[in-house]
Ligand binder design. Structure first.
Ligand SMILES: Cc1cc2nc3c(=O)[nH]c(=O)nc-3n(C[C@H](O)[C@H](O)[C@H](O)COP(=O)(O)O)c2cc1C
Length: 205
């Protein structure tokens, strides 16, 4: 049977996806949402209060996770509503027509939590869900994880840091530390080790 491994999703990593849901009147909605792969058949979402996605998931207890890299879909559903042309139905649930792959998920647990960092405190809802049906639409599907991009950006800055003035070097270092924060949140052990090595390299330069 197909599971998240067949989509290239690894346990413990967070992937950037487009989640499609529908409201109580059957109107489709799409939003970029991070999906944490908990196990071969289990995922977790952390949703901010006030999103349509959270409201629709609470209403229907199910949703669709779309794996794609189309920049216009990511931007289109963040800056406004995607037109109905983008959606297609599968077993009464909406997915994104040009997605590389999608899977349906059903909610097993909803828990409200408060996330706090040194800047803010926000109410979030944690959604645990089981993976049901997986549909692969294109060959070579690759789920989107930000860690490798953050590592490459950091590496580029690390090679430029010696060429720039002190203020710019400080700015680059801050950016690298921000990238490191991302990698630690979304990446694998190898990603984290690579980032750690970049920071060590900069320190020793
Ligand atoms: C790459 C990316 C990842 C995101 N991940 C999340 C997430 O994990 N949880 C969340 O609540 N919002 C997340 N957001 C923000 C939502 O997509 C954004 O609030 C969106 O407008 C919600 O749309 P909706 O009201 O139609 O559900 C993310 C945004 C981007 C661009």
């Amino acid at each position: 049977m197909q599971d998240l491994e067949s989509l290239g999703m690894e346990k413990g990593l967070l992937y950037e996806t487009i989640i499609t849901t529908q409201n109580k009147n059957g109107v489709p909605n799409a939003a970029p949402i991070g999906v944490i792969c908990k196990d071969k058949n289990e995922i977790v979402l952390n949703l901010f209060e006030g999103t349509h996605t959270l409201e629709n998931i609470k209403t229907n207890s199910k949703f669709v996770v779309n794996l794609l890299k189309d920049p216009l879909v990511f931007v289109g559903c963040t800056t406004g509503d995607l037109s109905s042309d983008y959606f297609k139905k599968h077993d009464n649930e909406f997915y994104i027509k040009n997605t590389d792959a999608f899977f349906t998920a059903s909610v097993t647990r909803i828990k409200e939590i408060v996330k706090e960092d040194n800047i803010s405190k926000s109410k979030m809802t944690l959604i645990k869900a089981n993976v049901n049906k997986i549909v692969i639409k294109k060959e070579g599907v690759e789920p989107l994880n930000r860690a490798i991009f953050a590592i490459i950006e950091s590496l580029v800055y690390s090679t430029r840091i010696k060429m720039v003035n002190e203020n710019t070097a400080k700015e680059y270092l801050e950016r690298i530390h921000e990238m490191s924060r991302i990698v630690n949140r979304v990446g694998s052990l190898d990603h984290k080790k690579a980032m750690h090595d970049i920071l060590k390299y900069i320190e020793n330069e």
